[in-house]
Design a protein around this ligand. Structure first.
Ligand SMILES: CC(C)(COP(=O)(O)OP(=O)(O)OC[C@H]1O[C@@H](n2cnc3c(N)ncnc32)[C@H](O)[C@@H]1OP(=O)(O)O)[C@@H](O)C(=O)NCCC(=O)NCCS
Length: 495
């Protein structure tokens, strides 16, 4: 408990502080008055310049990290996407805080709602895992009232994202000219299969893009057919590219005040991800690709980049090696990289210390013709341990290795849950499911992963609260058939 003396001293200090504050205030007032009197135009400009940092940015926020909104707060997205490529893009924008209003056909919705269904009558994982952090409104874009609603949405939003077949948006009457006239600030972002050229009118799915983008011809084993990869580089990869384009267009709009068209062709997106193979195509003109194992095996190269199995795409040779249990576990393998700087530790670990000085093995060029033999020898060592034991031993001496993780292992990996990369969300229809959270982590824009909406869940909310329709107008809209399924609804493709 404070003593009376201490209390007195405290109140004295308080009084002194108040007095000092008042004096300072008065003095400041006086000075301010003085400054106002003397301030010339040039001085006033200087004062303003001092108040606003030179780069034009506002003062740094004083709120704690992650508690001052999200990166794309305030960005309104008219999400006209379906299947995978477009939804990947808008889900990412949603993760970053954009308000994504997904427009779907009444009674049908995004076709993926009904594709590859695992729970009868419920939205598929295909849909739910690509459409989190969005609101769903059903609008028949070919109904006159539906067109009117879309016009309001165009005026309201900053970005329209679509990945319809070429020409479909125009056929709805939503041409670039119309959109730009209606809202000059609108950014219109599209995924198409091909850019302008001979194939521009083609419909394209993932594997078509992988083949046309050059990856299938370079994936697989030399003596086998071309292969597609399980990573959806055509769909999700292009969606990522589009999101980047949109954010850039939003930034440019701050300067120009106008929107623009953003186009990502899936063929271009795939090629961008496969640029190392176009690199190799050009290197081929100057001689064999010495890091490809076919070089070591004495097999001549043809005119185009060959399939290279599990060869590393970079300058450090690597291969997939068996680990303990490989006879029964299809994923008991590890990717092993014989990185040159750690060649010594590799030799010691696998029990071949003599290779450190043997001229046939000591340098990277000497090793190139005998990579097969080297990896076979390393494999004899990796086969004695589980992939995780190999990883532990190698990481201890900085040897880069990658255990082949199954999707089961990924789904159960606690560290991926901790970082929000794998997230469990609850859905009113299908219950809990796993999704991939935001793979981009930002210190001041923390992602909250929200479940996907059910079809038309937010139709009334968006019409009234976002677009300002009255209750009477809402009834008219309902009667018009613009937001409800036709009598005999077209069926989404079943699993
Ligand atoms: C993916 C793709 C092949 C699917 O083709 P599809 O199922 O035939 O779908 P479309 O894009 O052609 O659209 C189908 C129709 O639905 C209509 N539609 C879509 N939403 C609608 C709505 N809300 N109200 C009324 N009609 C609607 C479109 O107007 C179109 O009609 P139209 O052809 O008579 O003009 C095609 O959209 C495509 O090539 N997209 C670009 C590339 C791409 O993104 N591919 C990867 C997908 S993961």
């Amino acid at each position: 408990m404070a003593t009376r003396k201490a209390k007195k001293a405290k109140s004295k200090t308080k009084a002194a502080k108040a007095k000092a504050k008042a004096t300072t205030k008065a003095a400041a007032k006086k000075t301010a008055k003085k400054v106002v009197k003397l301030k010339s135009k040039a001085r006033a400009r200087k004062a303003v310049a001092k108040a606003v940092p030179a780069n034009g940015l506002p003062k740094p926020s004083a709120r704690p990290w992650g508690q001052d909104g999200k990166a794309l707060d305030g960005v309104k997205v008219l999400d006209f996407t379906h299947v995978q490529s477009g939804p990947t893009c808008t889900q990412l924008l949603g993760y970053m805080g954009a308000d994504c209003i997904k427009v779907e056909r009444p009674g049908v919705g995004d076709i993926t709602r009904g594709q590859l269904r695992d729970v009868k009558g419920q939205d598929s994982l295909y849909f739910t895992m690509l459409n989190g952090n969005k609101r769903s409104i059903t609008i028949d874009s070919k109904n006159p009232k539906g067109k009117e609603i879309l016009e309001r949405l165009i005026k309201h939003c900053d970005v329209l994202v679509e990945n319809f077949a070429p020409g479909a948006l125009d056929r709805m009457g939503l041409t670039w000219d119309y959109i730009h006239k209606t809202n000059p600030r609108m950014i219109v972002a599209s995924v198409k299969g091909f850019g302008p050229g001979p194939y521009e009118d083609c419909k394209v799915y993932e594997n078509v893009a992988q083949c046309a983008g050059g990856t299938a011809s370079t994936t697989g084993f030399r003596d086998g057919p071309p292969l597609v990869t399980g990573a959806q580089i055509g769909d999700s990869g292009t969606g990522l590219h589009l999101a980047f384009g949109i954010v850039c267009a939003l930034h440019q709009r701050q300067r120009t005040g106008r929107g623009q068209k953003v186009l990502c062709a899936m063929q271009d997106g795939v090629l961008n991800l496969a640029r190392v193979k176009l690199r190799d195509q050009q290197r081929l003109a100057h001689g064999p690709l010495t890091e490809y194992s076919q070089y070591g095996e004495g097999i001549p190269f043809g005119k185009a980049v060959p399939r290279a199995g599990n060869d590393s795409g970079g300058g450090q040779p690597g291969w997939i090696l068996k680990c303990k249990g490989w006879e029964t576990d299809p994923d008991a393998y590890i990717y092993f990289i014989t990185q040159a700087p750690v060649w010594g530790p590799i030799c010691d670990l696998i029990g071949k210390p003599e290779w450190k000085t043997d001229p046939d093995y000591a340098t990277p060029p000497a090793r190139l013709p005998r990579l097969r033999h080297i990896f076979d020898t390393i494999e004899e060592w990796t086969k004695t341990m589980t992939k995780f034991e190999v990883m532990e031993k190698c990481n201890a001496v900085d040897i880069p290795v990658g255990p082949i993780l199954s999707m089961k292992e990924i789904a159960e990996e606690p560290s991926l849950r901790d970082t929000g990369t794998v997230v469990e969300v609850d859905h009113p229809g299908r219950g809990k499911y796993l999704t991939v959270g935001n793979p981009v982590k930002m210190s001041d824009s923390i992602t909250e992963v929200k479940r996907s909406p059910v079809l038309g869940e937010h139709t009334e909310e968006i019409l009234t609260k976002v677009l300002g329709y009255s209750a009477k107008e809402l009834e008219e809209i309902k009667a018009s058939g613009a937001i409800t399924a036709p009598e005999k609804p077209a069926k989404a493709e079943a699993a």
